[in-house]
Design a protein around this ligand. Structure first.
Ligand code: IMP
Ligand code: MG
Length: 179
């Protein structure tokens, strides 16, 4: 089923430049504090690893694995496949959730609640992509890389049925592709 998607919606140099800007902004905002960066697996893996390498403040790395999509539709129901290592040690920590894309908002709402229950000092959300037209739940998003229309995208960590995650750029999947 996998096809080579040649046309980038967001190419690698553009991604790189924007991730640098985001890292600079986050570093300024968190000056003097340590971040617990919670990457949302698997989609955020590329963005996460590029972002944390550029942060100028102390960072502790952690991950959570969530699933809400099957194929190209959001189920609206979030399942956790793994919890953060730091889940029971969040008190006093500044948590930064690092996501690939905020779509309906269900995942971020679920993760924020899960983490806020453990009394961290703060929880902020950073996403590479935002699809505001697809939002069904209003959630606070503190850092957005790119706002995109409601199209299905793959690459730079994001998948369609586990394919295309390794593309070094982001491409839109046409309606008839990859089914
Ligand atoms: P939400 O819970 O509907 O906001 O969806 C969030 C999750 O669904 C994201 O973290 C992605 O993993 C996945 N997702 C949403 N839109 C896309 C897309 O266009 N391509 C690939 N994955 C997506
Ligand atoms: Mg995700």
């Amino acid at each position: 089923m996998e096809r080579i998607l040649a046309k980038a919606l967001i190419d690698a140099p553009t991604l790189n430049k924007r991730v640098q800007q985001m890292a600079r902004q986050i570093s300024e905002d968190y000056a003097g504090r340590e971040i617990l960066a919670v990457g949302v697996l698997k989609g955020a893996v590329m963005f996460y690893s590029d972002l944390v390498r550029l942060l100028q403040v102390p960072v502790v790395l952690d991950f959570i694995q969530a699933k809400s999509y099957s194929g190209r539709t959001s189920s609206g129901e979030v399942r956790l496949l793994s919890e953060p290592d730091y889940l029971d040690r969040l008190e006093g920590r500044h948590v930064l959730i690092v996501e690939d894309i905020v779509d309906s908002g269900a995942t971020i709402q679920y993760l924020r609640k899960r983490l806020l229950d453990k009394n961290p000092a703060s929880v902020a959300t950073c996403t590479l992509l935002d699809k505001p037209d697809a939002r069904r739940i209003k959630v606070p998003v503190d850092y957005v890389g790119f706002t995109i229309p409601d199209v299905f995208v793959v690459g730079y960590g994001m998948d369609h049925s586990e394919h295309y995650r390794n593309l070094p750029y982001i491409a839109a999947l046409d309606a008839d592709e990859g089914e």
